[in-house]
Every structure is written in C-alpha cells, then in structure tokens.
Design a protein. Structure first.
Length: 223
C-alpha cells in the first residue's frame, strides 16, 4: 500500500504538470505527503470522465459484493458450528453500498445527470448476467471469475493508470482577477497568509501571487 501510494503521488505530480520536471518539483512542495486519500478522492471528484466511470461501477460492484458475501455466509453457516461463528457481522459490504448510493445521489443532484442512472443500470445488468447467467466453465465465465479474484490488483492498476493520464488537479478550478486587470484561470495549489501558489489551466505554469496582486477569486464549478 505504501509503494502504491508513493507511485500514485509521483504519477499525479507529473500528470498535472504536463510532465514538466520543474513544475512537478514546485507542486511537490504544496502537497501534504500524508494526504494521499485526499489526492485520490480529489482526482475522482475533479475530472468528469473519471467521476462517471467510478460511479457507474461503484453501485453494481457494491451490490455484487453483498450478494457474494451473502452466498459465502450461507455456506459458512452450513459448515461451521454456531459457537465458532463471529459475534458481529461484517459491515464493510453494507457500508460500501450506502456510501455508493450517497455519492451517486450527490452527483446527480449537483449536475442533473439523470442519464447516469441508465448507464449504471446497464452496467449492473451486464455484470450480473455475466456472473450468474453465463454457462459455468465457459471462457467468459472463467475470465469473469479471474477478474473477480484479482479485483483489488486490477483496481490498483486502474488507479495508477488514471493517475498518470488525468491532467485535472485535485483542487477546484478558479478564475483569478489581478490588480492589473489580468484574468487567470487555474488551480490554487496552496493558499497561505500573504500569497497564493497557482497552477495555470492551459500553460501549466506555476505562479506565486501575493495578496496585493489578487483582486478577486471565483471558483469555476462544473463538470
């Protein structure tokens, strides 16, 4: 996990800096190395394509996990005496489903993307048809079972691939008006008393602006 987190951070630094060594080095000093979780969630929430892909798979996978856990629990009860069973049930599956539903509802409410429900339903139907409707022993079934067994590793590889290719930073985009009347669009990577550290949107230049240089700031909301 430590190695994966380090690789994710390095790939994100180069991706958002357009693979410029000097810019990536400057951005590094604005990042809290212990806040990898924030970088991951920020990456997912900031880019529209990544958000849609993530949410489209999240609910079906959470439901599938619950069904598989229920089937495994039934087999476990058949083979394990009652005294040897754990006192508390595993709540990871239900918690993942609740978080998934909340995230989908929030996204649809924020961006009015009702089509996401249809896309999610189509993906869910496809997953369940493959898992439960395909002939056992077939190539597609075997491939699906292989993916299921290696799901964690595949998700990790997908996250690293996304980290290397998604150029949208993990902070909101802003429109910054300077005292000279010039307007900048970029990402405030760090804001401390006296100055702002800004990554411009298109050129991906790293700028340091003093408070006296900044006339106004406005977040650009939208996917």
């Amino acid at each position: 996990m430590t190695t994966a987190a380090f690789a994710f951070l390095v790939l994100r630094l180069f991706a958002v800096s357009d693979y410029d060594w000097h810019t990536a080095f400057a951005i590094l000093h604005t990042v809290d190395l212990e806040d990898t979780l924030g970088l991951v969630l920020g990456t997912v929430m900031a880019d529209s394509l990544v958000s849609v892909l993530f949410l489209t798979l999240l609910v079906p996978v959470a439901v599938l996990r619950l069904l598989m856990e229920r089937r495994a629990a039934q087999e476990y009860r058949k083979t394990t005496p009652e005294k040897q069973r754990p006192e508390r049930p595993d709540m990871a599956g239900p918690l993942l489903l609740v978080i998934s539903v909340v995230a989908v509802v929030a996204y649809i409410k924020s961006f009015h993307s009702w089509w996401l429900l249809l896309l999610m339903l189509a993906v869910g139907v496809l997953i369940f048809v493959i898992m439960f409707g395909v002939r056992a022993g077939g190539q597609l079934k075997r491939a699906t079972l292989w993916v299921t067994r290696h799901l964690v590793a595949l998700v990790g590889l997908a996250m690293l691939l996304g980290a290397a290719t998604v150029s949208t930073p993990w902070v909101p985009q802003e429109r910054i008006e300077t005292q000279g009347g010039k307007e900048l669009q970029g990402y405030v990577m760090e804001a401390e008393p006296g100055f702002l550290k800004v990554l411009t949107e298109h050129e991906r230049k790293f700028l340091i602006l003093t408070d006296q240089d900044v006339k106004s700031r406005e977040k650009i909301m939208g996917h």
